[in-house]
Ligand binder design. Structure first.
Ligand code: HEC
Length: 149
């Protein structure tokens, strides 16, 4: 490889690394759609575990474990969709003004859902109930602060 090509490639790599996360999406509507879709999937799978914890559907340990595992994985996804310059949807502009607080809650959700997955894997319904409640509190606390109705 010649030196000019090598330095061009290096410059391109640097530009990618320095680009805001918004560059992951072609347009900001894509970022909004992405984060809303991730939130929607998260609520579907969390809802299935919560329905068992609340006694609305019979407890099925294998289904609880599978759904909780999905929630733990999906809870890693929405945040890339809140990249700089993607204000919109039902996301309050405060998200981009209080990023540390928003990140704290998104980190907390990921920790909570890891614990939920561990509890579900253990198959103990009381432990699952406790962790469903804790996780649900985190969803609510972020929505109360950062989501408009
Ligand atoms: C750190 C903050 C935060 C946490 C934690 C959080 N959410 Fe959200 N959620 C948001 C924001 C902000 C929106 C609005 C996104 C938008 O419209 O652009 C949203 C939107 C949603 C939506 C609507 C999606 C749509 O189709 O428009 C659902 C459903 C949802 N969240 C479910 C959940 C559930 C369930 C949890 C917990 C397991 C959770 N969220 C945890 C911030 C959070």
């Amino acid at each position: 490889m010649n030196i000019r090509l090598a330095s061009l490639l290096l410059a391109a790599a640097g530009a990618v690394a320095a680009a805001p996360a918004a560059a992951q999406f072609a347009k900001s509507e894509d970022a909004i759609h992405y984060r809303q879709s991730a939130m929607f999937l998260q609520s579907q799978h969390f809802g299935r575990v919560a329905a068992m914890a609340n006694g609305r559907v019979p407890f099925d340990a294998a289904a609880a474990a599978a759904n909780a595992e999905l929630v733990a994985t999906i809870s890693k996804l929405p945040w890339a969709g809140f990249a700089p310059g993607t204000e919109g949807g039902k996301a309050k502009p405060d998200i981009w003004k209080e990023q540390a607080k928003f990140k704290e809650l998104s980190d907390k959700l990921q920790a909570d859902t890891e614990k939920l997955a561990a509890a579900a894997k253990g198959g103990n319904l009381d432990a699952i109930k406790a962790q469903v409640a804790a996780t649900g509190e985190t969803c609510k606390s972020c929505h109360d602060t950062f989501r408009s109705r």
